[in-house]
Design a protein around this ligand. Structure first.
Ligand code: SF4
Length: 209
């Protein structure tokens, strides 16, 4: 990555971390994927039950592989035939891993969901939620974050899952009511009532969509 972009991201991350603190959430800065992995593991005590909601970024920094190989109770939804049972287990997990579809410079998290298990677990249930967020997902304000979620993240995810939505064909949101829509629920996390529950690791790299 260009050095000036690295510096800009580093400076911007300080503003985001302050914004998170003002919202009773904890932010961290990682200069690269390796630092992000170490930070994430430092937040997850050995023996913890851990689950996740389709966080590509957690895969990209090597966190999922490290948890599977380590001394953790990693609840792998894909390994369960009974998906509903696996999703319900997430609500009682010690740690839930996620990323965001977008985030504002002042610390609000934006997530959209079709099945809605991810946004519901972020909102309540798991004792701790750890977000892995590439600096590519930081937007100037809430309007920008919503636009990113619907015009960047959603079309790519719709393509990834082979869904029949207008955005999968055009690359931009058409505000559809398709049966396949992944925009059933919009979660804006603007404050955490529970101190120490939400942790956001900002990674100076481009991660996820
Ligand atoms: S509302 Fe429909 S078209 Fe728009 S991003 Fe969501 S799934 Fe795609």
């Amino acid at each position: 990555m260009n050095e000036m972009i690295i510096k800009r991201n580093e400076l911007l991350s300080q503003k985001v971390i302050k914004g998170l603190a003002s919202r009773n959430m904890t932010g961290y800065y990682a200069a690269n994927r390796e630092e992000a992995l170490k930070l994430a593991l430092s937040l997850i005590p050995e023996g913890s039950s851990v689950t996740m909601g389709g966080a590509m970024s957690a895969h990209e920094i090597g966190l999922v592989e490290a948890l599977k190989a380590g001394n953790y109770n990693f609840i792998d939804r894909d390994a369960y035939q009974d998906k509903r049972a696996a999703m319900l287990m997430a609500y009682d997990a010690d740690v839930f891993l996620s990323s965001v579809n977008a985030m504002t410079e002042d610390g609000m998290l934006v997530n959209i969901d079709g099945n809605s298990n991810r946004v519901s677990a972020i909102a309540q249930g798991p004792r701790k939620v750890v977000f892995i967020v590439g600096m590519n997902k930081i937007c100037n304000d809430l309007d920008g974050a919503m636009k990113r979620a619907r015009n960047v993240a959603a079309p790519i995810n719709a393509q990834r899952f082979g869904l029949s939505t207008p955005c999968a064909k055009t690359g931009a949101c058409m505000d559809c009511k398709s049966p396949d829509t992944i925009c059933c629920q919009f979660l804006i996390t603007r404050f955490s009532r529970h101190a120490g529950r939400i942790h956001v690791i900002l990674v100076n790299d481009s991660l996820g969509f």
